[in-house]
Design a protein around this ligand. Structure first.
Ligand SMILES: NC(=O)C1=CN([C@@H]2O[C@H](COP(=O)(O)OP(=O)(O)OC[C@H]3O[C@@H](n4cnc5c(N)ncnc54)[C@H](OP(=O)(O)O)[C@@H]3O)[C@@H](O)[C@H]2O)[C@H](O)CC1
Ligand SMILES: [K+]
Length: 495
């Protein structure tokens, strides 16, 4: 089976570099391999004899640029190189690499990018430390304005390696070649949109080293959770496949719960019941067939229902209303220690009251699925959770704080567990931004947990399957379609 794809932060990558060097591969050799990978990648974007301009920065990213420039010259390209800063500022491996470039070292300010068939952006990589200003900013602006293809070395200069944020201005790359593994900025927005296709070059940093220095952050692909997906055997009984309970809103707010319920059924929950306020029983009854229906009056009604241990997974939140009654239902669910997915109104009902959720979910598998607005409302007044620039850091901290797996939804949904594991999703589609889409996601996650899938794997699988279903439909997608597309996605996964 293919291993999950590790993603390493800048500091983890530095540690992996250092460990590799200590194990006997000199730093300059790593840089030569990196530079060769850049030259190989450049050849895919350039025709023989083309004019290639390398913009090199003052650190090791620039060093990679020097190596690539020398190799491409040897391979018959017309190569010019411009340096940001003066050659005497180059140090260590970058200074060594510069010695291998026998051409002129121009000032980056003096380069004219318009004449290039290809620009190689080797200004900054993982060492970017602050916003771009002055000559650095101007160089990036001129590269972008040239309209010429740009190959970014490691990452587009101006993008923060860990958060994917634009530090003032950033190179809009045609393609990016990175080393050993992808970094968070290759998956997180807006960084991802600046990279173009990302090529990962093997420069000889071992899998064990990467695992030892990273090991907790992943790209969210099937390799991360396919082992945990339920595969019913011939003798499986519906009662062994779990029973998901979805709480419905009042008479005019029932659709969200039914969307979640249908998704739970489609993902394989053996039984699904909608718990409906008495006044909404009629409207729910008119729309349900395979899904069961029970009257349930507020927190006390929920408490009574949960005396039945067969309800092993719950969805609370979609269209439930923002008020104390919803908070009380959450308290009942937490007390009952069932698998739990909280979304929408169940999260917003705790606006300004996040301290009530401190550690609340550590006793049972629980998943919170806020979008940015809900996340910020929920954790208002907790700058340690809301302020970090990196989305991964915010979600990890929220998971540690609450004891739940947290899914922060968006174009780059991040899923994090209280134990620090995190995954970045990248198969999303803008068509998923449609009414009821989030309700469907809750149902998928709860339906997986009903079948015994652990919370982190259920959340990661739910997010990926939801996105894959949406992408397979494309334009015109509405939430009702999503659950119906799940069987096709599952069929491919379980093949
Ligand atoms: N990952 C690997 O296995 C390998 C990676 N390599 C390459 O090395 C870079 C990282 O190199 P590093 O030297 O740590 O960092 P950078 O080259 O990205 O940048 C550091 C220099 O840039 C200056 N700096 C930082 N921010 C700014 C800014 N906003 N404006 C101007 N100058 C800036 C910084 O100067 P200071 O003043 O902050 O000290 C540094 O001079 C990695 O990305 C790979 O490309 C190796 O080749 C080996 C293998
Ligand atoms: K770069």
């Amino acid at each position: 089976m293919t291993a999950p794809e590790l993603v390493l932060t800048s500091s983890e990558m530095r540690q992996a570099d250092r460990a590799t060097i200590e194990n006997g591969i000199p730093g300059i050799e790593l840089m030569r391999r990196a530079g060769r990978a850049v030259a190989d990648s450049a050849e895919k974007l350039a025709a023989p004899g083309d004019r290639i301009i390398v913009a090199a920065g003052p650190g090791q990213n620039g060093g990679d640029g020097f190596i690539a420039a020398a190799l491409l010259f040897d391979r018959g390209y017309q190569v010019s190189l411009g340096l940001l800063g003066t050659p005497d500022r180059l140090a260590g491996d970058a200074a060594e690499a510069a010695k291998g470039w026998y051409g002129k070292v121009e000032r980056v300010e003096d380069l004219s990018f318009h004449g290039a068939d290809l620009i190689i952006d080797a200004l900054f990589g993982t060492g970017l430390a602050r916003d771009l200003e002055g000559a650095a900013r101007l160089a990036v602006e001129r590269m972008n304005a040239s309209g010429r293809p740009i190959l970014a070395v490691d990452l587009p200069s101006g993008i923060d390696g860990d958060s994917g944020a634009v530090r003032g201005v950033a190179v809009k790359a045609t393609r990016t070649v990175t080393f050993a593994v992808r970094k968070p900025c290759h998956l997180l927005m807006p960084g991802r949109a600046y990279c173009g296709p990302v090529e990962v070059a093997d420069i000889g940093i071992g899998g064990d080293t990467l695992e030892a220095k990273g090991g907790t952050l992943f790209a969210n692909h099937a390799t991360l959770w396919t082992h945990a997906l339920p595969r019913p055997g011939l003798s499986s009984h519906k009662y062994e496949r779990g029973h998901t309970l979805v709480a419905s809103g009042g008479a005019t707010r029932t659709g969200a719960a039914r969307l979640a319920a249908r998704a739970a059924l489609r993902i394989g929950s053996g039984l699904v019941t909608v718990a409906s306020p008495p006044e909404a029983l009629g409207v729910n009854a008119a729309h349900l067939t395979a899904i069961m229906l029970r009257g349930c009056d507020g927190p006390e009604g929920l408490n009574t229902m949960l005396q039945d241990q067969r309800f092993n997974s719950l969805v609370l939140g979609p269209a439930l209303g923002i008020h104390a009654g919803t908070r009380a239902m959450v308290a009942v669910a937490v007390h009952a220690r069932r698998s739990l997915v909280l979304d929408a109104d169940a999260l917003t009902s705790f606006e300004g009251l996040a301290t009530e959720l401190h550690g609340a979910f550590r006793h049972a598998p629980s998943v919170l699925t806020p979008h940015d607005g809900e996340f910020n409302r929920l954790f208002k007044g907790h700058p340690d959770l809301v302020d970090p620039a990196s989305k991964i850091e915010r979600v990890r901290r929220a998971a540690a704080y609450t004891g739940a797996v947290v899914v922060l939804k968006g174009a780059d949904t991040v899923i994090a567990a209280p134990d620090g594991r995190a995954a970045i999703n990248e198969n999303g589609t803008p068509y998923l931004a449609t009414a009821g889409s989030g309700d469907t996601l809750c149902g998928l996650i709860a339906g997986l947990m009903a079948q015994g899938v652990p919370a982190f794997e259920a959340a990661c699988a739910g997010v990926w399957i939801h996105a894959e279903a949406g992408a397979s439909f494309g334009p015109g997608l509405i939430a009702e379609d999503l659950a119906e597309l799940v069987p096709g996605v599952l069929r491919d996964l379980l093949r």
